[in-house]
Design a binder for this molecule. Structure first.
Ligand code: SF4
Length: 703
């Protein structure tokens, strides 16, 4: 490398992967030399890093790194290296041609939960202002959207954890629903250890005996898709045993009577039948929560990635409210965000229905405020678009978008019903992918733009606690590579913006300038960053939003005296159990559930390229109970085929008694024939539009 002549000092930054955003120090012993990762004391990771964090720098100088744009001259031709001018010209011409023929909405944008706040903000602005399209959404829809929607309807605001992470360590009872933190966020395990060393009770709800469930005091192992019933049963028991906080319910909430009536129908014996969780375990869990001085309830993807994900989260929020937890010191409900900037990614306008500051795009006052910051006429801003899967599923169809620009996402691997999504991508007139490696989605693109990596640019991220953090550059990007902000600015410059006011929209390339604009755009919104500056973040180890005042602290703990609803009260929402979208049947007699493994991350586009991670987790597998395997005549290591109504995948069988005999599990990090999302369901939650990744009906056989 010849690009790092000006730096060789330590840089304090954060891991490029998950929402824990562990603090790390980057060190290049000599200019251009290998970059070393050192763990850094930070309030969240307390000096810990997982294997992914330790090896994160390997991609910086990886041979797979893209350092020149790639172009496909015609369908069927190979991608070839091209100049930036040629690549940008091709995009501009393609966008213009599509928009002239089919209208502005015919060009769509797909973003990612790993993009910095500045990029997420710039991408939303670029779509609405430079392209004038309503069609923008992002992969966070596959991650956080159910908990976000449930949080909004109960609390009037969506912040993953409305309290500092440290509260986990002091909870007398901690309930984790569908959260395998021991594999997804290993440094967080130290809070669980601390909690148990203090004599606390850890309850885990998961259909598998995961690494996290093994540490639990009590493990509830429900049939996939029955978490909601479990949540309602816990409330039923708490009601029956007089464990509710009646004063809190009266003073701080509304709508309990209806929820009480619904909960009455979830007597433990009925829920044992539905979920397979024994009555005694349901009772023990409800008592441990209801008698605790400090209790915390957390959900994650296991509870949320369902066609009833929003209602499932609501069941656990109802429970938390009935026990008087939200806003009580050391207690509360929270959601464990997954992607690195899953939180910030959904606050600054890359979601189909949102503008910066977590504002609704159909709110006239929000449109006027944001249009003013952007220098455009409010009526020129497009309205809401459709959700991520609906967007992908419409690509190339008669009424759907004909061009797509993808930033920081790999939907060929990560979208549900992935074979169909792949066909949709192939049907486009123009597919542009901005990434730093050639992902499976980039393989299909007409234009691939090489982008900078996390250690090569500054920016901010918002972690799972709503703490805004600073990513710092160790060195500039290699020659031939540009930042996403520079790409958006160049493209905006070449495209016709929507109707402008005054000087019209500007797309700064300096992330600090973008952040300054983002602060103004977010002012007065739900996620208000207007009082946060990069200097404050440096001085205060991150600043928690909402923070509307530069002279006052941020908000580590929310809801202490009111909720963000118009009347200040939290809202109970009655929710009923309903069947999964696809029940098992004679043709597809087994449930499939999916998830992650410690050494890989998301679609694997990055981590599958890192030597030690590949060694630790070289390939996909299908986890089966030995009883099921015996019935199928499958032995450990045999190649099996998993087939649903949508497609199939193949991988070696891994026999383990830690999974229910009616369920198989496969991780979602692999592509090609090992892509489990070829099999998963595209049934959507009616509110969040979250696909039902976590359960569908499959057939398993020896391949
Ligand atoms: Fe990175 Fe998450 Fe691992 Fe921390 S837990 S090192 S943020 S991947």
């Amino acid at each position: 490398a010849t690009h790092s002549s000006d730096v060789s000092q330590d840089v304090a930054t954060h891991c490029p992967y998950c929402a824990l955003q562990c603090g790390m120090t980057l060190r290049a012993a000599e200019p251009g030399g290998r970059v070393e990762v050192l763990p850094r004391q930070f309030p969240t990771n307390r000096g810990g890093l997982c294997q992914k964090g330790w090896t994160a720098a390997e991609l910086l100088d990886h041979p797979d790194r893209l350092t020149t744009p790639l172009l496909r001259d015609r369908p069927g031709a190979e991608l070839r290296p091209a100049s930036w001018a040629e690549a940008l010209d091709r995009i501009t011409t393609g966008v213009r041609t599509v928009q002239e023929s089919y209208g502005r909405d015919a060009v769509a944008v797909f973003g990612g939960g790993g993009l910095t706040n500045e990029k997420a903000y710039a991408l939303g602005k670029f779509a609405r202002v430079a392209l004038g399209t309503r069609n923008i959404d992002y992969n966070g829809r596959f991650c956080m959207s159910s908990a976000a929607a449930a949080g909004m309807r109960a609390f009037g605001v969506d912040r993953g954890l409305p309290f500092p992470l440290a509260d986990l360590g002091t909870a007398d009872t901690l309930l984790l629903v569908g959260a395998n933190v021991a594999e997804t966020m290993p440094p967080l395990v130290r809070y669980l250890i601390e909690q148990r060393q203090r004599g606390g009770t850890l309850i885990v709800v998961d259909p598998r005996v995961t690494a996290t469930a093994r540490q639990a005091t009590l493990h509830l192992q429900p049939t996939p898709g029955t978490d909601l019933a479990v949540g309602n049963a816990l409330l039923h028991i708490a009601l029956a045993e007089g464990l509710l906080d009646k004063d809190y319910i009266a003073a701080r909430t509304s709508g309990f009577d209806q929820v009480r009536r619904v909960a009455a129908g979830y007597w433990p014996a009925r829920v044992e039948q539905l979920s397979g969780v024994p009555v005694a375990d349901l009772e023990a869990a409800a008592r441990a929560l209801g008698t605790a001085e400090r209790a915390v309830i957390l959900t994650a993807r296991g509870a949320e990635q369902h066609a009833k994900g929003v209602d499932t989260v609501s069941a656990f929020i109802n429970l938390a409210l009935a026990l008087g937890l939200p806003g009580r010191p050391g207690s509360g409900y929270g959601c464990l965000t997954g992607q690195g900037n899953g939180q910030g990614g959904r606050e600054h306008g890359q979601k189909a229905d949102q503008l910066p500051g977590y504002r609704r795009i159909d709110d006239p006052a929000a449109r006027e405020h944001v249009a003013g910051v952007w220098g455009v006429a409010p009526e020129a801003l497009p309205g809401p678009g459709v959700s991520a899967y609906e967007l992908l599923n419409a690509l190339g169809t008669a009424d759907g978008p004909k061009a797509l620009l993808v930033f920081g996402s790999n939907p060929v691997v990560s979208a549900p019903r992935a074979a169909r999504v792949t066909d949709r991508l192939r049907a486009l007139d123009l597919l542009v992918v901005a990434d730093f490696v050639r992902s499976e989605t980039a393989d299909l693109a007409d234009v691939v733009l090489p982008t900078a990596q996390w250690a090569e640019e500054d920016g901010t991220m918002t972690n799972l606690e709503g703490r805004v953090l600073r990513r710092r550059a160790l060195r500039p990007p290699p020659p031939g590579v540009r930042t996403d902000l520079a790409i958006l600015a160049e493209l905006a410059d070449r495209l016709d913006p929507v109707s402008t006011v005054g000087a019209g929209p500007v797309f700064p390339t300096d992330p600090r300038e973008v952040f300054t604009e983002l602060r103004r755009a977010s002012a007065g919104g739900t996620a208000d960053y207007s009082g946060i500056s990069w200097d404050r973040i440096d001085a205060e180890q991150g600043v928690f939003w909402p923070c509307p005042d530069p002279d006052r602290p941020g908000t580590p703990r929310m809801f202490t005296d009111r909720f963000a609803t118009p009347d200040g009260r939290a809202r109970f929402v009655p929710v009923e159990h309903r069947a999964v979208a696809e029940e098992v049947c004679p043709d597809y007699p087994v449930y499939l559930t999916t998830g992650r493994v410690l050494a890989q991350y998301q679609s694997g586009a990055q981590t599958r390229r890192i030597g030690p991670l590949r060694t630790a987790a070289p390939n996909a597998f299908v986890e089966l109970h030995p009883d099921l395997a015996a019935r199928l005549g499958v032995e450990d290591g045999d190649e099996v085929r998993v087939t649903s109504r949508r497609g199939e995948m193949r991988a070696p069988a891994r026999l383990t008694p830690t999974i229910r005999p009616d369920t198989v599990f496969a991780p979602f990090h692999w592509a090609g024939t090992a892509r489990i999302n070829s099999v998963t369901s595209d049934a959507l939650d009616p509110v969040s539009r979250m696909p039902e990744f976590k359960v569908c009906a499959v057939r398993v056989e020896k391949a």
